[in-house]
Write a protein that binds this ligand. Structure first.
Ligand SMILES: Cc1cc2nc3c(=O)[nH]c(=O)nc-3n(C[C@H](O)[C@H](O)[C@H](O)COP(=O)(O)OP(=O)(O)OC[C@H]3O[C@@H](n4cnc5c(N)ncnc54)[C@H](O)[C@@H]3O)c2cc1C
Length: 395
């Protein structure tokens, strides 16, 4: 029986595990290893940071959802992979595999800018549940002593969406509290222009986003790198100093330590069109862990986002390929993945569709409207329902 080991219990790891189980049933022995014991619906973390969602409402036990489907779960951190011996080295054991799927997501590189990040720095972040809970506390303190807010993405960032969401949400919440006039908001980004999103923009996304920010009186500083953060200000490379009472910045990402040696210089795993490692034929990688080369060099470095929808598509393709190989069937053709994403805008939201993710595209949509806010709220519930039942269909 083929032994398949999956590293990571989030969008990529769970989708691969469920899809493999669905296709192979008892023909495969599937084990998922994860350093945390819960699945967290990451797209709702900005809402946790605003106090709009309780952490328990977006968290599921991995053990429950996996073992009920006949997938083994090991709650342990992988510390290394011996690819030549087909072995994962975990904290207390070693696990042999015939196939390995790396879905370990990112390491957050706060050390890239002095003073960046919540641990040892002066800026908040909302990329993990712990960070979002911390930002919630910082927000409560801020409300008692308001002042300027700076939100943004430093040089090298690839995941831009959450900082847009946070800026819009802060604006909406301050308006609700009738405090907006006390708080200047500045949005700083390494993107060459606002609405670029690390994917060369989407139709008229630049104009739409410029209007949305102007309507909310949020000042934009684009195409900028940050020199350093001090406890009171963001110092930009061009000499601009932005004082703040609260700063929330996205960090650049890299591959996680356990698999870094299998990756490119940033530790992201290089794969072919079937999500198979370029050198190790029994290793696959999906989601944020795998490498996508940017299509264009931006003046200030940026990366390409890897969204949840993209990750699920990759995971399904990887599972289809592994299953076909185990069953001795020809490997099916895979298509370049697309992205569908709903960005919260506080009182409204915007839907974004791009297929493929980078231009030239067959399909590109960016539309704002209150109905997309309802759609985003509904999608959270639908996704948690779906993943609890081990379903892998995309909407
Ligand atoms: C704040 C925020 C909001 C977002 N909003 C959206 C959105 O609205 N729509 C959208 O499509 N996308 C959104 N995204 C992107 C989306 O969350 C990612 O695309 C998705 O999480 C990627 O899934 P993944 O499985 O590749 O990695 P991750 O979700 O990062 O999961 C990696 C998993 O691997 C585990 N792991 C890491 N290292 C190890 C190790 N050494 N051993 C064992 N396990 C390990 C982690 O604990 C985790 O379970 C958002 C991202 C952020 C940060």
């Amino acid at each position: 029986m083929a032994k398949i080991v999956i590293l990571g219990g989030s969008f990529g790891g769970l989708t691969t595990a469920f899809e493999l189980k669905r296709r192979l049933g008892k023909k495969a022995d599937i084990t998922l290893l994860c350093d945390v014991d819960s699945f967290v619906f990451i797209p709702s973390l900005p809402w946790v940071s605003m106090g709009w969602r309780r952490p328990e409402a977006i968290t599921l036990s991995l053990d429950k959802i996996l073992t009920s489907k006949g997938i083994k779960f090991i709650h342990e951190e992988a510390v290394g992979v011996d690819a030549n011996a087909s072995r994962v080295i975990a904290k207390t054991r070693e696990v042999q595999y015939d196939y390995l799927v790396i879905a370990t997501g990112p390491a957050l590189v706060f050390s890239s800018v002095p003073g960046l990040g919540p641990e040892g720095g002066y800026t908040e972040c909302i990329f993990t549940l712990e960070q979002a809970k911390r930002t919630r506390k910082a927000w409560d303190r801020f409300l008692e002593n308001p002042g300027p807010i700076v939100v943004g993405s430093v040089q090298g960032v690839s995941c831009f969406g959450p900082t847009y969401e946070y800026a819009f949400e802060v604006d909406a919440e301050l308006k609700k509290r009738k405090m907006r006039h006390k708080v200047p908001i500045t949005f700083v980004t390494s993107e060459p222009y606002i609405g670029h999103f690390g994917m060369s923009g989407l139709k008229n996304s630049r104009r739409i986003m410029e209007d949305e920010f102007a309507n909310r009186d949020i000042k934009i500083i684009a195409n900028q790198a940050v020199e350093e953060f001090t406890p009171e200000e963001a110092r930009l490379k061009d000499g601009t100093k932005l004082p703040f009472k609260l700063a929330m910045f996205a960090p650049p990402m890299a591959g996680v330590k356990a698999v870094f040696h299998l990756g490119n210089p940033k530790g992201f795993i290089p794969v072919d069109g079937n999500y198979r490692h370029k050198d190790y034929k029994n290793i696959f990688s999906v989601g944020v862990a795998m490498a996508i080369a940017p299509q264009e060099q931006t003046p200030v470095p940026t990366g390409v986002p890897k969204t949840g929808y993209m990750t699920e598509e990759m995971a399904k393709y990887a599972a289809v390929n592994i299953a076909a190989e185990i069953q001795g069937k020809p490997l099916p053709e895979t298509e370049p993945v697309g992205a569908i994403c709903i960005m919260d805008m506080g009182n409204t939201a915007a839907i974004m569709k791009a297929k493929p993710v980078l231009p030239p595209r067959q399909e590109a949509v960016l539309k704002a409207g209150v109905r997309y806010k309802w759609m985003k709220q509904g999608f959270e519930k639908y996704y948690l329902w779906k993943i609890k039942r081990g379903l892998t269909q995309l909407p």
